[in-house]
Design a binder for this molecule. Sequence first.
Ligand SMILES: C[S@@+](CC[C@H](N)C(=O)[O-])C[C@H]1O[C@@H](n2cnc3c(N)ncnc32)[C@H](O)[C@@H]1O
Length: 216
Amino acid sequence: MDVEEFYNSYELEKLPNYIKEIINFVDLRLKEELNLIKIKPLVLDAGCGFGTFYEITKNYETIYIDLSLEQLKRFEIDKNKVCANVEELPFKDEKFNTVLCINVLEHTNHKKALEELFRVLKKGGKLIVVVVNKDSLFKEPIFYDFKIKHNPLSLRDFKGYKILSYKSIYFLPSFIKILPLPILKRFLNIYHKIDKILSNILKDKGQFLIIEMVKD
Ligand SMILES: C[S@@+](CC[C@H](N)C(=O)[O-])C[C@H]1O[C@@H](n2cnc3c(N)ncnc32)[C@H](O)[C@@H]1O
């Protein structure tokens, strides 16, 4: 199955409850960390999916792109949505002040995609990426094992680009999934604060890397 086909039929609601719980936790932590990074319009959200991270950009003029038309249809906004490939962006050079690319590069030829994302970024503009971390302490199969092209990346893959900051989130081993759902919920609630602390200590050992780069 190719990436476009997979995401055309991907529905978060259909996943088992314990997976949804863990994904929701990760999304919440990512939103908390991404909200700390200053962004400036015009923004590009490259690989926006069905708009999980819309709250980060909703107050800024933003263009949303995704390879999957079905994901874009599920994203309930009525303008600025474009079906496009991050490896061949349909925009002129230096159009955007901020580019976000959250949980997408793993599905791409990341070198080609990074080149494109930087091409459409203005000088001094920021590229903020989130990727599954190849060098994480633990590996949760939900995030690492995909039926489609999916190559986790590490900080080393961003060598050559000017990194302003980086951080990682989610440090839990896979066995937490054996917890019954109500206990898993409570556990994640308590663990939330610990994850925030670990993010500041184990900066590149969490299962998701958040990297903020600038175009020279
Ligand atoms: C894991 S989802 C992430 C969606 C959203 N950014 C989020 O974090 O919730 C990956 C998204 O990237 C999109 N995608 C994958 N390869 C792409 C490509 N080459 N160009 C544009 N979008 C792509 C998929 O269609 C899917 O919506």
